[in-house]
Design a binder for this molecule. Structure first.
Ligand SMILES: Cc1cc2nc3c(=O)[nH]c(=O)nc-3n(C[C@H](O)[C@H](O)[C@H](O)COP(=O)(O)OP(=O)(O)OC[C@H]3O[C@@H](n4cnc5c(N)ncnc54)[C@H](O)[C@@H]3O)c2cc1C
Length: 375
């Protein structure tokens, strides 16, 4: 343990989504006094409302500057699954999955063939090109208009809500404190934050502040006099119970997909809407998702809809997350902006932020993700 740990610093983590949960988990493991603050007023956090994909080989900046960080984040999930299972005793159904990406045109087929190269080059991942005939043999439900597809394995998946609850529970078992409330102000001496104040009037002593508020950055920007441009992008999902044949893989086309959940239900998703902090599930979203599901798998004509949910993705203008020490403050850090990859990134956010805080270093790997890039 280093000297900072020995001082048992008080660390306040703002936000108990999957990012805040992983940060609390890793900080508590290092012996810090960690408080995870969240109002817990509703379940609209994206961390409860996503199909659980931990997919490191595609997304903004991949292949490219995000490739290494994304792979490290993927590994950071798998490294701690046994420990979280053991500590939390909440079955989050973590597993490696099979996904069929389908193409309806030759252009789309060409793009998928390019993607195959990525899968071929990473240990533990693989991809096989299937022509029209082979697709029908693999999954006869898929539309006859599909011209080909890429059958992949290696990505991981979880039940996202249970995962968030499990990682939080593990963090609490390791010593993190659960604090219900909303951070509404900070007290500071120059550029050093000494306390945070909650909307219920409570004050918490704070040696280090960590912002993990997902898309809710307006308030934090005001409090800390920042202008970090993270905005909410709503995504909707349907949980359906298909009356038809059950299969154990995902089938996706562009941003739409039918995701196997590990039980009798399937997720159908998703939508992307810039609607500020409006987190309502809509009839138009439902109709769009059902239409695309039927386009991909025609027999999904009138599935039983068990649940219709929406969440707000924390999105940045360049699509990359915001991670690291916040310039201008001596003891404030941030991890958000994961957008549609925030679940994937969360485990790495936790692991690397704990390392950064415990070593109190100014420079770190992945510096290109600093909020300083938005100056
Ligand atoms: C439909 C959909 C599909 C998705 N699919 C995937 C996927 O397959 N793979 C993937 O990797 N990602 C996916 N995502 C994205 C992913 O869900 C998010 O990026 C991720 O959950 C964000 O987690 P977070 O903890 O950073 O934020 P959140 O889950 O939003 O949590 C932030 C928390 O901060 C709290 N908070 C806010 N302000 C304050 C304050 N002032 N004081 C105290 N607490 C505060 C909130 O109450 C909230 O609980 C999807 C998202 C959606 C909506």
């Amino acid at each position: 343990m280093n000297s900072l740990n020995q001082l048992k610093q008080n660390i306040v983590v703002v936000g108990a989504g999957i990012t805040g949960a992983f940060i609390g988990f890793h900080l508590s493991k290092l012996g810090f006094n960690c408080s995870i603050v969240d109002p817990e007023t509703d379940d609209s956090r994206a961390s409860y409302n996503n199909p659980g994909g931990i997919n490191p080989l595609h997304g903004p900046g991949i292949p490219g500057e995000m490739s290494a960080f994304s792979m490290n984040c993927y590994d950071a999930h798998l490294e701690v699954w046994d420990e979280i299972n053991h500590l939390a005793e909440i079955e989050f159904n973590g597993r490696i999955n099979t996904r069929l990406f389908v193409a309806f045109s030759e252009d789309e087929a060409e793009q998928l063939k390019q993607m195959k190269l990525l899968y071929d080059n990473v240990n533990g991942f693989s991809a096989t090109w299937l022509d029209q005939q082979s697709i029908r043999e693999f999954d006869s439900r898929v539309s006859v208009d599909v011209v080909g597809g890429l059958l992949t394995t290696g990505n991981a998946t979880v039940n996202s809500e249970k995962y968030n609850r499990a990682v939080l529970s593990a963090a609490y078992k390791l010593g993190s404190k659960r604090v219900v409330g909303k951070v509404s102000a900070v007290h500071h001496d120059g550029n050093n934050i000494s306390h945070v104040r909650l909307d219920n009037g409570h004050k918490i002593a704070c040696d280090v502040l960590v912002i993990a508020t997902g898309p809710w950055m307006e308030k934090i920007n005001n409090i800390l006099k920042l202008s970090i441009p993270v905005r909410p992008v709503r995504g909707e999902l349907l949980l359906i119970h298909p009356s038809t044949q059950k299969t154990k893989h995902d089938v996706t086309w562009n941003h739409y997909g039918i995701y196997y959940r590990g039980d009798d239900y399937l997720w159908v998703g998703g939508t992307f809407d810039d609607v500020a902090y409006n987190c309502r599930a809509t009839a138009s979203g439902r109709d769009a998702m059902l239409a695309k599901a039927k386009y991909i798998i025609p027999e999904l004509t009138d599935p039983l809809i068990v649940k219709h949910i929406a969440g707000l993705r924390p999105m940045t203008p360049d699509g990359l997350p915001v991670f690291g020490k916040i310039p201008g403050w001596s003891n404030a850090y941030i991890a958000t902006g994961g957008g549609g990859k925030g679940l994937l990134l969360s485990a790495g956010f936790g692991k690397y932020l704990a390392k950064l805080i415990s070593t109190d270093s100014e420079r770190y790997d992945f510096q290109f993700l600093s909020s300083g890039r938005f100056k």
